[in-house]
Ligand binder design. Structure first.
Ligand SMILES: CC(C)(COP(=O)(O)OP(=O)(O)OC[C@H]1O[C@@H](n2cnc3c(N)ncnc32)[C@H](O)[C@@H]1OP(=O)(O)O)[C@@H](O)C(=O)NCCC(=O)NCCS
Ligand SMILES: CC(C)[C@@](O)(CC(=O)O)C(=O)O
Length: 516
């Protein structure tokens, strides 16, 4: 691929990203992020706005002295003092860039700068010359380019390149652009400005209409070869174009975009997490590339497709952006194939297809009650299914337990014992105690309860509770287990499981006695 096909990735997480209200970072945090960006192989790191404060100056200076593999850049208004401060901060950079800017739209020139267009051109030229006297690499931005008049923009850009700007940035400062129009603007400038070939054209898009990435990609087609973006799309107001989305769109759709970057994509996720952790801005689960669900499949039809041939539902690999693997989330939309594949991964072998079907039915019941079924849930559910399958003498048909402040809890249970239904009830010191007493009122096992333990198997109040009941009878000790989203129900299952196991053991030891 020729150099002409290479898109320069200019990251401004530390400058525009920090302009997100609430996202200010300390110097140490900025250095950590700068190192992560260098590892990601970002071409240019905009480290800050040196004149903004002594702290910002210090951050830019330290980053300039630390980073070796990326160009380090400081922003500066088109004012001598800003440019000198930027030059000072970048003095020791391996590769430094001064980025100066001035607004070129009628609304900004008239109301904000209170300057005539001719004065703006003059000031831009003076600033660029000054910057060039301090640094060979100078970027100039026509702030609010997308709302600027094209003829004026052409004059500013031509003068800026003549004055020595090596990169010309046409920002969509207020996120107003629409892809086709924005691409036309970039194309027209490159066609009309006589010295356009002496500079690299860049875009810097804001996300006010959710179009920052789309506008940036459209500009590539029009010849832009630098994209300014931020990790997680951080930035002023609705943010900037997200680096991870730009980079992965370029990589994934190389067939139509025909360009490439030098980003080492497997570092994307860790960088995203670092920025999110430092700024305290969480990444939404459905965020492209770096959201928790970006490579997760929950629906049975998709899971089945991915298991048979990953590309049926994935256009990138999870590993290519730093995830360990894609994720099959087992939930109520999942199917038998995904369930079977998870059992395989967990090393669970069910004796027959009918065992699998029974476990799958229990899984669907659980998934109706719970958002996500975790591995631990499945282990509990399967062992419960197997032990129930093995010993069906005592079975829970239904139950109802009443607990009320100031009143004694009462449990009503319908049990199936050797195929016959029994209605039992008891009170107790708590709902579990009442349940066990109700069971014993008919089972009369004579066993003593040695241990009762409840574990929330997974996080969250919608998780399954796993109950272990240890019973002792005539010197034999057995553990019964039960799992359910309702812990009293799980307790009943565990108790009945223990009784079944006790009975099974007795049947083996004394075949006659067990029939009584
Ligand atoms: C840069 C900064 C130190 C200037 O502070 P200040 O001198 O108190 O000035 P204000 O921020 O109140 O106002 C901005 C001034 O810069 C002028 N200005 C804005 N953009 C300019 C530009 N590109 N070139 C020259 N002057 C510019 C404004 O017209 C205004 O001038 P005025 O004071 O004569 O009206 C301060 O705004 C800051 O810390 N900014 C950092 C973050 C930031 O603004 N980022 C936006 C990136 S565009
Ligand atoms: C410096 C420039 C690229 C800017 O970030 C300036 C600004 O923050 O307004 C933009 O979005 O236009």
């Amino acid at each position: 691929m020729s150099n002409n096909d290479r898109v320069i990735i200019f990251d401004t997480t530390l400058r525009d990203g920090e302009q997100s209200p609430g996202a200010s970072m300390t110097k140490e945090e900025k250095i950590r992020i700068a190192k992560a960006l260098e590892r990601l192989r970002v071409d240019v790191i905009e480290a800050g706005f040196a004149i903004a404060s002594p702290g910002d100056f210090d951050s830019v200076k330290t980053i300039a002295e630390t980073i070796k593999d990326s160009t380090v850049c400081s922003l500066a208004r088109a004012i001598d003092a800003d440019i000198e401060r930027a030059g000072e901060a970048l003095a020791k950079a391996n590769s430094g860039r001064i980025h100066t800017f001035i607004a070129t739209s009628p609304i900004h020139m008239q109301y904000k700068l209170r300057m005539q267009p001719e004065q703006v051109i003059e000031q831009a030229v003076r600033a660029i010359s000054k910057a060039r006297s301090l640094c060979a690499d100078v970027e100039f931005s026509c702030e609010d380019a997308s709302r600027s008049e094209i003829d004026f923009l052409c004059r500013v850009v031509e003068a800026a390149i003549d004055a020595g700007a090596t990169t010309i940035n046409l920002p969509d400062t207020v996120g107003y652009a629409i892809p086709e129009h924005y691409a036309a603007l970039v194309r027209e400038l490159r066609n009309r400005v006589p010295n356009a070939d002496k500079a690299i054209f860049s875009v810097h898009c804001h996300n006010d209409l959710g179009l920052a990435v789309a506008n940036s990609l459209a500009a590539i087609d029009a010849g832009a070869r630098q994209i300014e973006c931020t990790i997680n799309g951080l930035g002023e107001r609705a943010g900037n174009a997200a680096l991870e989305e730009i980079v992965m769109a370029i990589k994934t759709r190389q067939d139509v975009l025909g360009v490439h970057t030098r980003i080492d994509t497997p570092h994307i996720l860790s960088t995203s997490r670092m920025v999110s952790g430092i700024t305290g801005f969480p990444v939404q689960p459905n965020k492209a590339i770096v959201g928790a669900n970006a490579f997760a499949h929950e629906s049975g039809i998709h899971q089945d497709g991915v298991l048979k041939h990953r590309e049926t539902y994935e256009i990138m690999t999870a590993q290519d952006v730093g995830w360990n693997t894609n994720k099959m989330v087992l939930g109520k939309h999942s199917g038998r194939n995904a369930f079977r594949s998870r059992l395989d991964e967990l090393g669970i072998v069910l004796p027959s297809e009918s065992d699998l079907n029974a476990a799958f039915a229990r899984f669907k019941d659980l998934a109706d009650k719970k958002h996500e079924v975790f591995d631990e849930d499945i282990q509990a559910l399967v062992s419960d299914a197997i032990s129930e399958e093995a010993t069906e003498y005592y079975k829970l048909v239904s139950m109802e337990v009443a607990s009320k402040t100031g009143e004694v809890p009462v449990a009503h249970l319908v049990l199936s014992i050797d195929g016959q239904e029994h209605h039992v009830e008891s009170d107790g010191s708590g709902p579990v105690d009442a349940t066990f007493k109700a069971i014993e009122s008919v089972a009369q096992s004579g066993a003593t309860l040695q241990l009762f333990s409840v574990n929330a198997i997974t996080q969250g109040t919608d998780s399954q509770g796993e109950v272990t009941v240890r019973l002792e009878l005539g010197g034999r000790v057995i553990n019964g287990n039960g799992a359910d989203t309702d812990i009293v129900m799980a307790s009943a299952r565990a108790y009945l499981n223990a009784l079944n196991l006790l009975r099974e053991g007795q049947a083996k030891a004394h075949p006659q006695a067990a029939l009584v």
